[in-house]
Design a binder for this molecule. Structure first.
Ligand code: ATP
Ligand code: ATP
Ligand code: MG
Ligand code: MG
Ligand code: MG
Ligand code: MG
Length: 278
């Protein structure tokens, strides 16, 4: 088509491509899920159906977009990691974020009736926001993932104690809050055990650790955690030839996407799955 006189407006679009050769993390978060919990009667502090639904939607996103190497989810949020070599959408932030957000939301809504067969969706409908952040080194990326998982643990310990004080202890919100004010992790464990005979360690892994979505291949042998292995875990991936990258892409597209609830703060998870960060 011939250029129209209107076409100059194209020049108003601003470039938003993300820094090359960095790990891109797109984190999405449910909008107003505090209200959603009340409206759809999520069990507190952890509604298993809602977590399973988040995981199913995330699995669909990872399956749909092979450039995602790993994803981590807790509560109403999910972080999707693009490999530093990814050139999807020329690394344009708005394209990456909006595609993830809408693919996730579409799947979340589509799969809702499977996880909430007795609770039809109405209003408010679930929606999500999203942002993209670049991490230059594997260490920064690992620290990001560790930050989210540590957050999961801290929040879950607090929420578990808080809700047990209400549900089993008969306290109201304010009393429960007051009981927990200034307590350390050990104190919360102690409150759970002495008052309710609950051993926090025996709580489900999905609650304590959150969920990890990744492509599964054969596990590497567990490495002895010597200095060399530790250095290996943080090594930057070598630059690949184009044909190798193509082969890897095909292999990734075929691999099975799994959801696990493992420790991603320690080295072992990464040592045993060297393909995730290589
Ligand atoms: P915003 O729009 O700013 O994100 P929000 O109400 O979603 O507001 P968040 O900080 O994202 O605020 O908190 C999410 C809330 O939803 C938390 O209170 C969390 O406990 C709750 N929640 C999320 N998933 C579940 C679940 N599976 N079971 C029970 N509660 C959940
Ligand atoms: P991309 O993911 O890059 O946007 P695309 O296939 O969506 O790829 P577009 O440039 O957005 O490419 O073009 C959308 C295509 O969908 C066009 O071919 C357009 O004619 C077709 N299309 C969109 N809406 C309709 C419609 N209502 N009826 C018939 N065709 C449609
Ligand atoms: Mg938010
Ligand atoms: Mg939220
Ligand atoms: Mg949140
Ligand atoms: Mg289009």
């Amino acid at each position: 088509m011939a250029n129209s006189k209107f076409e100059y407006v194209r020049n108003f679009e601003q470039p938003d491509s993300l820094l090359p050769n960095t790990w891109i993390v797109v984190r999405i978060d449910g909008r107003g899920f505090t209200k959603m919990c009340a409206k759809y009667e999520f069990e507190k502090p952890n509604d298993r159906r809602a977590l399973d639904l988040m995981n199913a939607a995330a699995k669909a996103v990872v399956t749909d977009i092979p450039e995602i190497t790993i994803a981590y989810g807790v509560s109403d949020e999910y972080s999707f990691v693009f490999h530093k070599s990814s050139n999807l959408f020329e690394r344009r932030a708005s394209k990456l974020v909006t595609t993830i957000v809408s693919t996730f939301t579409a799947n979340y809504v589509y799969l809702w009736p499977i996880y909430f067969p007795d609770t039809p969706l109405s209003f408010p409908l679930p929606t999500f926001d999203g942002r993209a952040v670049c991490y230059p080194t594997v260490q920064n990326l690992r620290d990001y993932m560790s930050w989210r998982q540590a957050d999961c643990h801290i929040n879950n310990l607090y929420n578990t104690a808080f809700w047990k004080l209400i549900q089993l202890g008969g306290l109201d919100n304010r009393e429960a809050e007051k009981t927990l004010a200034g307590t350390l992790a050990a104190d919360k464990n102690e409150i759970l055990f002495s008052r309710f005979k609950i051993n926090y360690n025996n709580e489900p892994e999905i609650f304590k650790k959150g969920s990890i979505v990744f492509r599964d291949y054969e596990l590497a042998e567990p490495s002895s955690h010597d200095a060399a292995a530790a250095a290996d875990a943080l090594a930057e991936p070598a630059v690949q030839s184009k044909s190798q990258a193509e082969k890897d892409k095909k292999r990734r597209a075929k691999a099975k996407v799994v959801v696990e609830h493992l420790d991603i703060i320690k080295d072992e998870f990464w040592d045993r799955r060297p393909w995730i960060l290589s």
